[in-house]
Write a protein that binds this ligand. Structure first.
Ligand code: AMX
Length: 437
């Protein structure tokens, strides 16, 4: 069986040819226009980026190399005895466009387990941070510090041929994906369970099996399976979202994958983006406190209006691109529906009921272009039920996952020789001049 690198060596040349062809034959072809509203509206809708791993359709949601979420659930291998796709199989798909065999997926697990340990200076650095520092800040600082051992940076300093950039980027990428759970679990332990000893990497487990183990949930098979699904699903959401785009932009300067992804994580830490999954649960808890035990559609509706009238957003609803319920939300809710203990959970029932009422309220409010739930509406409640109740930590799990897409695309950016990003900006006066001309 072929390794990940061998598979890439096979798939990269035809893609390089495709790019050459596109440039030569269609370099001047117009595929859209730029309106003033795009320039002042956060570039919404502008077709302006190349991203191979996934494409987001506003109505049907994400496809990873053409595969929808239900397709991935069918074809991507789980761990032996498990049901949910693994992070490794999603990583393989995102990086190569191919579905790995169970053997390839478990070989990758072994390789990641081999590379998962943190340098001791990073451990000491993390241990010295105050518990009050947000876990996302700690994660991004830890990832940036790992650039100490970047093989891309070291090779660049030595002097390497451009055509070899991707191989060094791949090394960094695999090392970083391997270390994300160790880093993230140490932050969890330091902040919330300093009395516990750290759990070593088990070389026989997959990436998420180890992560779950290190977080203290190794004995809860359902939680570990949920984390596998969660991490595979959050892996990529095309290139324009704030975290992926930031990593891509920083990576385009040839900053190494550690620096690029640390920047991406800082974008993920914003409440309109990844931090929404922390916000959803905080908001749900406040609602539950106010409503009390008898939860009805009517009192949820009333609370939703109260949130909107106070000028706040309803977290977990709306999207920059999607115009239908997020299939990631549906997949996570399906998981909750398939387990009797989750069905009985009041937190999960509240999330489900809110997602039934919120679209109609948001439509009545009349502002958001997408009144439906996004992935963050559901992701936290299952974690909460299984005992991961520290919701300030939730975006860290998202960050462990998003590495699968954001970092692996750096390999493609280097393989395709994509240039440094440099869009053109205008002042309002310059824009008005442009309009007059
Ligand atoms: N609640 C209340 N108002 C909302 C809303 C929501 N959930 N979603 C959008 N709106 C408002 C916007 O704030 C905007 O108001 P304005 O005209 O006064 O500025 C108006 O509706 C139009 O916005 P839009 O074009 O529909 O959305 P957008 O592309 O500008 O923003 C998003 C997208 C996700 C930031 C927005 O829907 C939002 O704030 N949602 C709540 C936070 C959230 O769940 N974020 C997670 C998204 C998924 C992810 O990245 N993980």
């Amino acid at each position: 069986t072929k390794t990940l690198k061998e598979t890439l060596q096979e798939v990269i040349p035809p893609k390089q040819e495709q790019l050459k062809r596109l440039k030569a034959e269609h370099g001047q072809t117009v595929v859209g226009d730029v309106k003033v509203e795009n320039i002042i509206g956060g570039m919404r809708g502008l077709k302006a980026m190349l991203w191979e791993a996934s494409v987001l359709d506003p109505n049907e949601g994400i496809r990873f190399h053409g595969l929808s979420i239900p397709d991935c659930q069918k074809v991507l291998p789980p761990v032996p005895g498990g049901k949910e796709m693994t992070a490794e199989s999603m990583l393989w798909l995102l990086l190569t466009g191919k579905v790995p065999t169970p053997e390839q997926s478990s070989q990758l697990s072994a390789e990641l387990a081999e590379r998962g340990e943190l340098p001791s200076f990073v451990e000491k650095f993390l241990d010295s941070l105050p518990k009050t520092l947000h876990p996302m800040s700690q994660l991004s600082m830890g990832v940036a510090a790992l650039n100490h051992d970047s093989v891309f940076q070291a090779a660049y300093e030595r002097g390497i041929n451009k055509t070899d950039y991707w191989t060094y980027t791949l090394e960094d990428c695999i090392n970083l994906v391997a270390k994300m759970p160790t880093l993230a679990a140490r932050i969890y332990r330091n902040i919330y369970h300093p009395d516990r000893s750290t759990v070593p990497i088990d070389k026989d487990l997959d990436l998420v099996g180890n992560y779950s183990n290190m977080l203290g949930f190794g004995n809860n098979k359902n939680m570990t399976e949920y984390l596998r699904l969660y991490i595979a699903l959050h892996g990529d959401h095309e290139g324009g979202n704030a975290s992926a785009h930031t990593a891509h932009l920083v990576g385009s300067t040839l900053a190494d994958p550690y620096l690029a992804y640390a920047a991406g994580l800082n974008a993920l830490a914003g409440p309109l983006h990844g931090l929404a999954n922390q916000e959803v649960l905080r908001w749900q808890m406040a609602m539950q406190k106010e409503i009390g035990d008898t939860i009805t559609h009517d009192n949820i509706r009333e609370y939703l209006w109260k949130t909107l009238k106070s000028g706040q957003v309803v977290p977990g609803h709306g999207h920059g691109v999607l115009r239908n319920p997020d299939p990631r939300f549906i997949a996570l809710l399906e998981f909750a529906k398939s387990r009797p203990e989750l069905q009985a959970s009041p937190t999960i029932q509240l999330v489900q009921q809110t997602s039934e009422v919120a679209p109609e309220v948001l439509k009545g409010h009349g502002k958001t272009k997408n009144p439906y739930p996004n992935v963050d509406a559901a992701s936290g409640c299952v974690l909460y039920h299984y005992g991961l109740t520290e919701f300030k930590y939730y975006t860290v799990i998202f960050g462990v996952s998003r590495a699968l897409g954001a970092i692996t695309q750096l390999v493609w950016a280097r393989a395709l020789g994509l240039p440094i990003e440099r869009p053109k900006s205008y002042s309002m006066d310059a824009l008005e001049k442009l309009i007059k001309n």
